[in-house]
Design a protein around this ligand. Structure first.
Ligand SMILES: *[C@@H]1O[C@H](CO)[C@@H](O)[C@H](O)[C@H]1NC(C)=O
Ligand SMILES: *[C@@H]1O[C@H](CO)[C@@H](O)[C@H](O)[C@H]1NC(C)=O
Length: 528
């Protein structure tokens, strides 16, 4: 999962870089792994700045001064299975045809097929594991087919139709064509969010923005905004002409990823007409009903305590519905950053304990209901339950706003391998015993869907809960995903060891991925 952003301002003498930077601050929660901005002016040169880390660290004042132009796109990367090297920070760039740069939020599920096509048919070199690099190259190859020195909106829309015919998965994208304008498009299932907005200047000209969440549009005064529809694309040209929208592919089942509402999006965002905050309130109502059905007469709750931060909204409503006091039992340390591990030292405190501190006064002698947004591996929940007990809790009930996560998330939220999920092959009692709680209470899937459902949207992507993915997947896709994830984990460990001054590991070397032969089909048979 990532954050994407695109801006075109009418005044060609203005630079958009600072606006992209400010916008990135509103989307930082969508990805802290890497950040990038590419800008361009009427003359068609791209200026870029990207790297690993948070937006405020990557976009320094001196680097920003070099980002010239009245249009630009931005990307904030969430660590996904395929990527963590600095070379994979987005936006991606291809020089041919015309110069294209692209930011992608989502994940493609037919990457093997696409890799093969790019290599064997259109002979494009792919240098990373990122499916976003596949996406931009497929689009470039489609545009190439027109064999024109200059393209128009019609060509771009047709190339997008061709692209969407080939790629399968989740994608919300903003792309920029050098000297031309910005393009936004969304997959035919609308799995990942993308919004379009307009802002009217004093003298009547209009600025345009594309963004992953409505908060950015609101904050920047793009008051007229709407969601890009599934399978729809928009082109905003540099000359200030009225943007053109087109349904480039027939929409399929509209199924936004329900995880946006459960956990990912900011509460003050409205995605596809659904307020994230309101949906979380409703999750609290439904969860309270489930809790009342699940607890026996002698299982009495004295206090409801949220696991900060996402679960606060639902936990509060849950306490109101249950008519049980709500207390902030855990205080979050806002300033935790990375840990420094000296070579002769093990990491002593768990990351949960570095982030959260329990207040004895709120736990002492009470039966507590802890409310969290979801339970993934169960390691965090286990630590939190232990902290509640150490703080003096009598009984600890653990409630999750989301149903048990039993399957991989394949559309860009890299949760964990299936076997690492605490919900994998375990029922609720077994999960309770793993995390050390007296009882675990999960939201029912039907209830969760009811909390987010609106007239236009009856279905959601809920594959993490039931294993049924809206786009279907390639054979072996999950195994491939897990292989890449394991490999990235190894790389991270190498790098961590590099940082701890282990002289056996060469920093330069570990950025290379030795197991992957990137030219998979071009391994020596030159005569064919
Ligand atoms: C609006 O103002 C900008 C400068 O602020 C100028 O470049 C542009 O030409 C103006 N447009 C109109 C329609 O007056
Ligand atoms: C592409 O266009 C150029 C110039 O118009 C032409 O010479 C060339 O033959 C075309 N190539 C293809 C494959 O059509």
């Amino acid at each position: 999962m990532c954050g994407i952003l695109g801006v075109v301002v009418a005044d060609q003498r203005k630079n958009v870089a600072s606006e992209l930077f400010e916008g990135a601050m509103f989307l930082q929660h969508r990805g802290q792994d890497a950040a990038g901005i590419v800008t361009s002016g009427p003359k068609g040169r791209f200026y870029q700045c990207k790297g690993n880390g948070m937006a405020r660290d990557v976009f320094t004042q001196s680097r920003m001064n070099n980002l010239i132009g009245n249009m630009g796109i931005c990307h904030l990367r969430y660590p996904t299975a395929g990527s963590s090297a600095g070379s994979e920070a987005q936006p991606f760039y291809v020089n041919s045809p015309y110069g294209i740069t692209l930011s992608h939020n989502g994940n493609l599920v037919n990457s093997n097929e696409l890799r093969e096509y790019l290599d064997e048919v259109v002979h494009r070199h792919i240098n990373t594991d990122s499916d976003s690099e596949l996406l931009i190259n497929i689009f470039a190859a489609e545009l190439d087919k027109f064999n024109k020195s200059r393209v128009n909106n019609g060509d771009l829309f047709s190339a997008l139709t061709g692209t969407m015919d080939m790629i399968r998965g989740a994608y919300a994208c903003v792309a920029m064509l050098a000297g031309y304008g910005i393009i936004g498009f969304r997959d035919p299932n609308g799995i990942r969010p993308l919004l379009y907005g307009e802002r009217t200047n004093k003298n009547g000209t209009t600025d345009y923005m594309l963004a992953s969440e409505s908060v950015v549009l609101k904050a920047h005064g793009f008051d007229k905004f709407r969601d890009i529809k599934p399978g729809e694309a928009v082109i905003i040209t540099k000359d200030g002409a009225k943007p053109e929208f087109r349904q480039v592919m027939a929409p399929k089942i509209f199924a936004p990823d329900i995880f946006e509402y459960v956990y990912f999006a900011r509460p003050d965002s409205v995605l596809d007409g659904v307020s994230v905050y309101r949906s979380r309130i409703d999750m609290g109502v439904k969860l309270a009903e489930k809790i009342q059905r699940s607890l026996s007469a002698d299982e009495k709750i004295d206090v409801v305590i949220p696991v900060p931060d996402t679960a606060r909204t639902s936990a509060f409503q849950c306490s109101v519905s249950l008519n049980v006091p709500y207390r902030e039992g855990f205080v979050k340390n806002r300033y935790v950053g990375r840990t420094f591990i000296m070579p002769d030292q093990q990491e002593r405190r768990s990351s949960v304990r570095r982030k959260l501190n329990a207040m004895d006064s709120e736990f002492q002698g009470r039966n507590v209901l802890l409310v969290d947004d979801s339970i993934v591996r169960g390691t965090t929940s286990k630590e939190i339950v232990a902290m509640a007990r150490e703080a003096g809790a009598k009984k600890v009930f653990f409630a999750s706003c989301a149903p048990p996560i039993r399957f991989n998330h394949i559309y860009g939220i890299d949760l964990a391998d299936t076997k690492a999920l605490v919900g994998f092959n375990r029922d609720e009692d077994e999960i309770a015993s793993v995390i050390g709680a007296d009882k675990v209470i999960y939201q029912d899937l039907e209830d969760l869907i009811d909390c987010c459902k609106r007239d236009e949207i009856q279905e959601f992507e809920v594959g993490v809960f039931n294993g049924k993915y809206v786009t279907g997947i390639e054979d072996n896709y999950i195994q491939e995903l897990e292989k890449v994830r394991a490999q990235n984990q190894r790389m991270k460990e190498y790098r961590a060891r590099g940082m701890s001054l282990d002289t056996n590991v060469d920093q330069e070397f570990v950025d290379v991925k030795p197991d992957v032969d990137i030219s998979i089909h071009n391994s020596g048979d030159y005569n064919e």
